[in-house]
Each structure stands twice: as C-alpha cells, then as structure tokens.
Design a protein around this ligand. Structure first.
Ligand code: GBH
Length: 454
C-alpha cells in the first residue's frame, strides 16, 4: 500500500465552506455582448500607458461564453461555493434608467448552472466596473452615484435572491477609491486633492449603506448581505500583550474611513483630526446609513501589516518590511501567514462581527508551463499551506470564519498589471483559452476533500 499523508490534524469544522473568487471584468470578456454598456475599466485600459503592455479585459478568460466549462472546473475541485461579481453596465448600460434584460439573463444562467452543480453562489454587486455614463457625471465624486448604486443593487437582488442567498455590496472600497481617485493607477485614473478623495471615500461607504437598505427592501426575506473589504491586516510584530494591544488600536485607525465607519457608524477622532479642513462633508443621517446592519463581513487578505506598540500619541507604529523581506511574484504580497490568524481574530472581536468570510486570499507566481503540460507552482502551494494553517489556528480557537474563497479560480486580467501577473490555480493560455490545473489546484482539491490540511 502506498504511504498516505492523510492525518486528522488541522481539521476544519463540519460545514466549513471552500470556494473560489473571480470578478466580472477580470474574467468575462465579451465586452460588447448582449447590450453591455461601457465601464470605466474599458475606457482606462484602452488609454495608452495605463496598463501593462496596454492589456485590456476585452477578451480576458472569455468566461462570459465559457462559464459552463468554468463551473465544471469548480466541480472537479469539489468547491462548495463560488464568489463572482455582476457587471453593473450589463444590467444598466447607462448606470441608471432602463435595465437591459439580456444582461440579467446571463447571470440567471450562471446562477442556475452553479446550483445545478451543487455550488452555492455568493455574488458581489460592485467589483470596480462602474458604468462610464456615471463617471461622466462625476462618478464616486457625486452622491448621485451612491444612489444609482443602491437602485441597481435593489434591482439585481429582487431578481436573483430567490436563488442567490448571499450578496456582497462592494469589493474593496479602499482600493477603488484610493487607486481610482487618489494615485490614479486604476480607473478612472484621477488624482484628486486630499479633500476630494476623502469625499469620494465617503460617497462610496454611503453607497454601500444605501445598497444594504435597498437590498433589504427588495430581496427575498432572509437574504444575507455583507461586503468584501481589504482591511489593512494588522498583525502584531511579535505575540506579546503590548503589541497585540497596539494592533487592536491600529485595526480601527488604519481602517477608519472604510470598515471601521461601516461597522461603527463613526469616523474616528484621529481620522477627522488628521484630515482637518479636508475631512468629508457628512450628516449624522449619513453615518446611520453607512452603518446599516450587515449579516456578515468579508475580508480580503493577502499580506500582513506589522504593527508594534509605541509611545506615539496613536499608541502604535507600523513596521515596514525590510528590503530582504520575502514576497510572492507581485512585490506587494509580502509573505506573512499569521495575517490570516490575527486579522480575522481582531476584526471579529473589535467590530463584533457574527459571521466572517475570507472573501479573497491567494497569490501570484511566475508560473511556467512545462513541456509535459503541467504548472508546478510550489511557491503558491507553500503560500496557501502556510496561510491556511494560520486560518485553521483561528477557527479552532472559535473565530467565527464560515468560509474561504481562494483568489483565483483562473489566471485573469490583473487590472493595471494586465496578464503578466497570474493568480489562478488553473493556468490559462490566453491564445487558446485552454485551462490547465496547476499543482495548487491539486493541493486545494485535497484540502477540500479532507476538510483539513495534510
Ligand atoms: C484584490 O486586490 C482585488 O479584489 C482583485 O480584483 C485582485 O485581482 C486581487 O486582489 C489580486 O491583486 O502595484 O504596488 O501599487 C488586492 C488589493 C490593492 C493589491 C492595490 C494591489 C496595488 C499595489 N490591491 N495593490 S502596487
């Protein structure tokens, strides 16, 4: 008999949900199909100099047409669930006004296909593909966009919530605001003033809250609503009470205009003081809306932000990684598996979150196809094994994490990095659209089958 690596160590709780994650513009392609409107990412990616090699999402993984094949990849892995996003410009080509029934039909088919294969759909309503028509009227600089978003969210959930029981309003408010309207490295590519950016952030969290209310009003009772946010994953430099205490303070302050205001309905004093005259304009009513009660929260975690105790007025300091700190193929993914222990633990404690999901975790690798037709991404396997070990550590202490969505099912369009950075556990040949499972797919399949790490 062959030796087996199977053991009972590192078992996850019964019913723990294993999933994968993708986003519409990164996988769908078919940007002109069935009446889809133009999004800010079409405009941005077609503007020379904005993305790696001028790459666009025009074709991406052609998943709009190949979704059945992609559902079979999920089924072969044994996935319980899948996180995908709905493209706003497919539903409302102009952002508001008349809906496009053909756009909704597509997601009806996707949802039915997932359910027919025993996979629970978790849908994100906004993963950055804002209708260009709304950007032309100010985009997230305008409250009208927050209101249009809520209207779209209510419309989609009214039609899908008979089958989709979990919706996430937004993906990573902090990223699409800061990169889209601050550094200008993502669509729509604006570099606003500090005050301008703070107002954009406010309008985005407000849109999130208005969407929660619209979903509650339109969706089938019992529909669960949350969001997916890439909180700054504060991690104590070492495991001592003073540094853990500092990390707890940092968790609030570093996430002040995003997850903290969504969870608490307050901008922290330190945040408002730091911005001074550049603070956003808001009413007490706004804060109530922003903190509309959620059923669950999702956090996207890739890398740690190390924090230490300090005598500074804040009580903590961020410790930047030394130049020799190891990272994955994307330099920003510094490897710190314990982020997947500390971030869920601190987030659920501080904000009293009843149900948490890891809505994204994964990594890029300099994947190469071998002559035998395999991709041996040992670094991605190492990364996943170590991060999941730390997730397990938290779950076994009772941290209420209900599921894990690996980013990503497929190599896809990595925004400004184009097709150069691959995050999939399936390799995609972008000339032929052929999908090939990598070593990491075999690893993940085994984790799911055993509901444990080997
Ligand atoms: C997530 O963003 C996104 O939700 C997902 O769409 C994306 O594909 C995935 O992660 C992988 O990147 O190039 O040094 O300026 C994660 C948060 C914030 C990470 C912006 C990359 C840019 C770093 N991202 N950041 S840099």
């Amino acid at each position: 008999e062959a030796p087996s690596g199977a053991g009972s160590a590192h078992k996850f709780p019964e019913g723990f949900l294993w999933g994968s994650a993708t986003a519409s513009y990164q996988v769908e392609g078919a940007v002109h199909a069935d009446g889809r409107g133009v999004s800010i990412w079409d405009t941005f990616s077609h503007t020379p100099g904005k993305t790696f090699d001028g790459d666009t999402g025009d074709v991406a993984d052609d998943d709009y047409r190949r979704y059945k094949e992609d559902v079979q990849l999920m089924k072969a892995l044994g996935l319980h669930t899948c996180r995908f996003s709905i493209a706003w410009p497919r539903i409302f080509p102009e952002g508001t006004g008349a809906p496009n029934p053909k756009g909704l039909d597509h997601y009806n088919r996707v949802v039915d296909e997932l359910l027919a294969n025993g996979i629970q759909p978790y849908a994100t309503l906004y993963h950055w593909d804002l209708p260009q028509a709304l950007e032309d009227k100010g985009g997230w600089q305008s409250r009208a966009t927050s209101e249009a978003f809520a209207h779209y969210a209510g419309y989609v959930t009214a039609h899908l919530s008979d089958r989709v029981r979990h919706f996430m309003t937004t993906n990573e408010i902090s990223t699409f605001t800061e990169l889209g309207y601050g550094t200008g490295t993502h669509a729509p590519g604006l570099k606003l003033s500090r005050a301008g950016l703070a107002q954009v952030c406010h309008n985005a969290v407000l849109g999130q809250g208005l969407a929660v209310q619209a979903i509650r009003a339109s969706a089938r009772p019992g529909t669960k609503v949350g969001l997916a946010e890439n909180i700054i994953a504060v991690t104590p430099v070492v495991n001592t009470p003073e540094h853990i205490q500092a990390a707890a303070i940092a968790m609030r302050e570093e996430n002040a205009p995003y997850m903290n205001v969504v969870q608490t309905g307050e901008y922290t004093d330190a945040y408002l003081k730091r911005l001074g005259a550049d603070a956003p304009k808001f009413t007490p009513e706004d804060l109530k809306t922003i903190s509309s009660k959620l059923d669950f929260a999702g956090i996207n975690i890739y890398q740690p932000t190390y924090v230490r105790a300090s005598d500074s007025p804040e009580g903590y300091a961020i410790v930047p990684p030394p130049a020799s700190y190891p990272h994955m193929y994307s330099p920003w993914i510094t490897i710190g598996p314990e982020a997947l222990y500390w971030a869920p633990k601190l987030a659920t404690q501080i904000w009293n979150i009843p149900e948490l999901y890891i809505t994204e975790n994964g990594a890029s690798s300099a994947d190469v196809m071998t002559p035998e037709g395999t991709v041996l991404d040992t670094d991605r396997v190492m990364y996943l094994r170590n991060y999941l070990t730390q997730l397990h550590r938290g779950v076994s202490e009772g941290v209420p994490v209900k599921g894990y969505f690996l980013w990503s099912l497929l190599d896809n369009y990595e925004w400004a990095d184009g097709y150069e950075k691959r995050f999939g556990i399936h390799y995609v040949d972008f000339k032929t659209q052929k999908r090939t499972p990598k070593l990491s797919a075999a690893f993940y399949k085994e984790v799911i089958a055993r509901n444990a790490l080997g």
